[in-house]
Ligand binder design. Structure first.
Ligand code: NAP
Ligand code: GDD
Length: 323
């Protein structure tokens, strides 16, 4: 029997990688997209004839119930969210609606339509915020530092609560930062690799960044969507930290990205206070021992490989744009 998977947030970075991953494994892939006056399918353009897209919105409960009822997925991956931390300070209520309450709406749709649907919730290392211990594990207390992080804590606990209350097969994946050539250009890694490519090719002069000392545990998105799938294939629902266990600073990322094209980083990078946050998460580093032991998950792409992959992809893209 062909397995059906439903992905909310299929137009995002992880949605695109996950759709490709599931198609390769023979799944019938359905994606939820929200209505927009102009289509935003750049990341899944190459998959358009292979995935079935449906309109619904995290803000509209009935649209979610109808969608889940129409697709009747075996697995539902809830990736949709307002995912950019600075925007959550500007639009805290909307972020709470999408990123927090949206999770309850998804779980309610599943509870209403068919409780046997397995659910993956995209939780985040941003929940650890002002970290209580290092490295962070599934039992490290949360101390979120942004409205986004607060909303994700709600999404995490409501997922755990529906698992305990209604016996849903609901997993919360606590994923640390993961990047790729499909990463949005507002996130620091892609902002850097896009700028490095443009500076190398002579169409940009400077790169303005915020906190260069911030430390993150950066992995490759392709490795992380595999972990999502592994969680839903285990015989028991549970929560897992997914991380590489290594942290690097924004400065190191920039240094490596510029070095990859043979340039020093210092003459090109300027600090602009505009990119500092009202409250910062200064350091994150995850311990994914549980996922490695129970699921057999391992990251495959190293930090230098990730930086090189992203810079090379941006060089190719900018070259094409120039031509
Ligand atoms: P992303 O690229 O920002 O994609 C977010 C997706 O959510 C997009 O498809 C977006 O649709 C959709 N969306 C937003 N609001 C919606 C709404 N009201 N109704 C329907 N769809 C909506 O994010 P990502 O990097 O792929 O991350 C996927 C998930 O993992 C997110 O929940 C994120 O918070 C979480 N996460 C990410 C990371 C990471 O490092 N990437 C780490 C931990 C957790 P549009 O295309 O229409 O905007
Ligand atoms: N975006 C951005 N732009 N960040 C900058 C900049 C800049 O110019 N300069 C320094 N930074 C620092 C931020 O202050 C932060 O400490 C770090 O770089 C990473 O920022 P982002 O790439 O925006 O990611 P994030 O860590 O805030 O959030 C991402 O990871 C979370 C998991 O921990 C997002 O993908 C979230 O959705 C995800 O949950």
């Amino acid at each position: 029997m062909t397995k059906r998977a439903l992905i909310t947030g299929i137009t995002g970075q992880d949605g695109a990688y996950l759709a490709e991953f599931l198609l390769k494994r023979g799944y019938q892939v359905h994606g939820m997209v929200r209505r927009s006056s102009s289509e935003n399918f750049d990341r899944i353009g190459h998959l358009r004839d292979k995935v079935q897209l449906h309109q619904a919105d995290l803000l509209d409960q009935l649209s979610l119930v109808r969608l889940v009822d129409a697709v009747r997925p075996h697995h539902l991956y809830n990736l949709a969210a307002q995912s950019f931390v600075p925007t959550s300070f500007e639009q805290p209520l909307l972020t709470g609606e999408f990123t927090g309450l949206g999770v309850t709406r998804i779980l309610e749709a599943v509870r209403t339509v068919d409780r046997s649907i397995r659910v993956y919730q995209a939780s985040s290392s941003e929940m650890f915020g002002s970290v209580r211990e290092e490295p962070q594990t599934e039992t490290t207390p949360f101390w979120p530092r942004s409205p986004y992080g607060v909303a994700k804590v709600y999404g995490h606990w409501i997922t755990v609560n529906y698992r305990e209350s209604y016996d849903l097969f609901a997993c919360s994946g606590i994923l640390f930062n993961h990047e790729s050539p499909l990463r949005g250009k507002e996130f620091v890694t892609r902002k850097i690799t896009d700028a490095v490519a443009r500076i190398k090719l002579g169409v940009q002069k400077k790169l303005k960044l915020g906190n260069l000392d911030a430390l993150r545990d950066w992995g490759f998105a392709g490795d992380y969507v595999r972990a999502m799938w592994m969680m839903l294939h285990h015989d028991r629902p549970d929560d897992y930290v997914i991380a590489t266990g290594q942290k690097h600073s924004v400065r190191e990322f920039a240094e490596l990205a510029f070095a990859h094209v043979g340039l020093p980083w210092e003459p090109y990078v300027e600090v602009d206070p505009k990119f500092l946050r009202p409250a910062e998460v200064t350091t994150l580093c995850g311990d994914s021992a549980k996922a490695r032991r129970v699921l057999g998950w391992e990251p495959e792409v190293s930090f230098p490989e990730l930086v090189a992959m992203m810079v090379d992809a941006d060089l190719n893209r900018v070259r094409k744009e120039m031509a």
